[in-house]
Design a protein around this ligand. Structure first.
Ligand SMILES: [Zn+2]
Length: 108
């Protein structure tokens, strides 16, 4: 549970606004902002669990779905879902693509 220090609104990782801040080294930080007043709440860990609460992947972390079936998330993104969930999907698909790029650089 996240509580906004500015307006007191209680929210969780899915209802808060998550912003991605890119770093010079190509990585990024995630920041949680209040979905109501936009105040900064806290920095999020990169391994933030974000679970899908409906559909055929109900109960699964979005990060896992991004690896198993990214096409499903791209489809879901275009459905009538919360803007905050769209943010999570964008973040996880972006991370997945980033992981692939990293693996492509590995020398075996
Ligand atoms: Zn607030």
């Amino acid at each position: 549970m996240l509580i906004c220090k500015n307006c007191g609104l209680e929210q969780d990782e899915l209802t808060a606004k998550i912003e991605k801040h890119f770093l010079a080294n190509g990585g990024y930080h995630l920041k949680a902002l209040c979905s109501d007043c936009g105040a900064f709440i806290k920095n999020m860990p990169h391994s933030l669990p974000q679970i899908l609460h409906f559909g055929k992947y109900k109960g699964k972390p979005i990060a896992v779905i991004a690896k198993e079936n990214p096409a499903y998330l791209r489809w879901l993104y275009n459905q009538d879902i919360k803007e905050t969930l769209k943010n999570s999907i964008k973040i996880e698909l972006g991370r997945h693509e980033f992981d692939d790029a990293q693996q492509g650089l590995k020398i075996s």
